[in-house]
Design a protein around this ligand. Structure first.
Ligand SMILES: Nc1nc2c(ncn2[C@@H]2O[C@H](COP(=O)(O)OP(=O)(O)OP(=O)(O)O)[C@@H](O)[C@H]2O)c(=O)[nH]1
Ligand SMILES: [Mg+2]
Length: 458
């Protein structure tokens, strides 16, 4: 148990109704009583009643009132950190909260590091690592769906599933070990075929979880979508339309967009990270040239490309160059400016012609079709976020993939009649990999790294 006491402002200090200063650790109550005045008297040594909201004032080192507050004291271990916790609700704005924090620190505690309250909840065994990671994911959620996935994890559904799998592997190991310890039983064959069956069952479960990781990543990070096309086709116009704001400059001059512009947007539950880019063409303009290179470099990491043609212009060399460039990519082909006279002929590109979506940003036509297409490309079938467990964390995915490999090795060893020791080693490794997901025997460095992504005060 960590015995030093920490404090931080837990709310976002600014022009808001209230701010909360949170203190956790053995000294929390003593510090609070030194600075809290209730009914006109100092509360030092009074043993404030736990789980009550006490009305009063906080005073500084010179007994000057800083602010009017509501203070609560919660005795550990039934608290967020499992330690004694005091929370002081003061008026909003930065000054009150900062002054109260300074006073609290003066009386003998230290500023909390990022995520340190939640880290203590983890280190003191109230939550496991998947739940702690869910806390940060809830805070960072940008869509309802990504929030729902993380709430499921916070409730411990992922941990339960992982722990059940670990339990199953332990059973297999126990059976094998009995066999090793009592060779006279000579039930080798029974044990091995049972181990094989158990292992296959576990693999099915792990594979199911891994399969959800792509969806999880999309919900968490958005579909990285690069808008690509030659100059002046309406890329920035489409970007602005999807964002519902004039984010990118739109003019009739080809080569208007120079830099890439990246924004996050949630359209009908589909989270997109849209990147508007400079129109692709050969150019002598040094700045534009960099823009074009930057645009093309974004294609590599994109989940999706929206390739835009101008319906009012003929197919040009630039269009063909872009088509060549994005051949390997998941692409939606879009023909913009269909309100103008058509000059574009895609009959030489039969595949594209059959799937191109006709739109006119100017007339607000055809844009729903783009969203429907994205939905069907990325979310085959309906996903029920309430009942389905979805992996949305790259760390979890890579450990699941490791465990999968270990179990595949186990099956291989069994099928090749390898000695039981081989089977045992891989089973143990699978168990360790799964254990790391929930935080069993994780290194201090990893724990620090995870909690460093939190904000101060959480
Ligand atoms: N008629 C018509 N004009 C459009 C449509 N969409 C965009 N435009 C016009 O086309 C011109 C270029 O639009 P942008 O959105 O700046 O095109 P862009 O592809 O971003 O161009 P660059 O940044 O230069 O590569 C502007 O004058 C827009 O108003 C459309 O659907 N119909
Ligand atoms: Mg543009």
């Amino acid at each position: 148990m960590n015995s030093d006491t920490i404090a931080a402002i837990a709310t976002f200090p600014g022009n808001a109704g209230i701010n909360i200063i949170r203190i956790s650790g053995d000294g929390a109550l003593e510090i609070a009583e030194k600075i809290f005045v209730k009914n006109g008297s100092k509360t030092e040594g009074s043993k404030l009643k736990p789980r009550y909201l006490h009305y009063g004032h906080i005073t500084d080192q010179d007994n000057k009132v800083i602010d009017e507050v509501l203070l609560s004291y919660m005795k550990g271990p039934g608290t967020y950190t499992r330690e004694d916790v005091v929370e002081i609700n003061c008026h909003g704005g930065i000054i009150s909260a900062k002054k109260i924090l300074e006073t609290v620190l003066f009386h003998g505690c230290r500023p909390a590091e990022r995520g340190e309250f939640t880290k203590r909840a983890f280190l003191n065994g109230r939550i496991d690592l998947t739940q702690a990671e869910a806390v940060i994911d809830i805070i960072n959620s940008k869509t309802d769906s990504s929030h729902a996935i993380s709430v499921n994890h916070l409730e411990g559904r992922l941990s339960r599933e992982i722990n059940e799998i670990i339990e199953k592997i332990m059973q297999i190991l126990a059976n094998i070990e009995v066999n090793i310890d009592f060779p006279e039983y000579d039930e080798d064959q029974i044990t091995i075929s049972m181990a094989r069956e158990f292992c296959s069952e576990v693999l099915v479960k792990i594979n199911k979880l891994i399969e959800t990781a792509d969806t999880g990543k999309i919900f968490k990070e958005g579909i990285k979508t690069v808008i690509l096309g030659k100059p002046n086709v309406g890329k920035s116009s489409l970007m602005n339309f999807l964002l519902n704001e004039n984010r990118a400059i739109v003019t009739e001059i080809p080569g208007t967009t120079r830099d890439t512009i990246e924004e996050y947007v949630n359209i009908k539950g589909v989270p997109l990270r849209i990147i508007d880019t400079a129109g692709i063409r050969d150019t002598d303009d040094a700045v534009e040239k960099i823009g074009v290179e930057k645009a093309l470099s974004k294609v590599g990491e994109a989940d999706l490309v929206m390739m835009i043609f101008d319906s009012s212009r003929e197919l040009e060399e630039e269009d063909e160059k872009i088509l060549d460039y994005i051949r390997e990519k998941k692409t939606i082909f879009i023909k913009n400016k269909t309100d103008l006279e058509t000059r574009l002929d895609l009959s030489g590109q039969k595949e594209i012609e059959s799937e191109v979506i006709n739109i006119s940003v100017a007339r607000n036509q055809g844009l729903d079709e783009i969203m429907e297409k994205i939905s069907s490309m990325f979310f085959q079938g309906t996903i029920n976020l309430d009942s389905q467990l979805i992996i949305n964390n790259a760390r979890h995915k890579s450990l699941l993939v490791n465990a999968k490999r270990n179990l595949e090795e186990v099956l291989k060893s069994i099928d090749n009649d390898m000695t039981i020791d081989f089977v045992e080693i891989d089973l143990k490794e699978a168990m360790e990999n799964l254990g790391l997901i929930v935080g069993k025997s994780v290194s201090d460095d990893l724990v620090d790294k995870i909690f460093n992504e939190f904000c101060i005060g959480k």
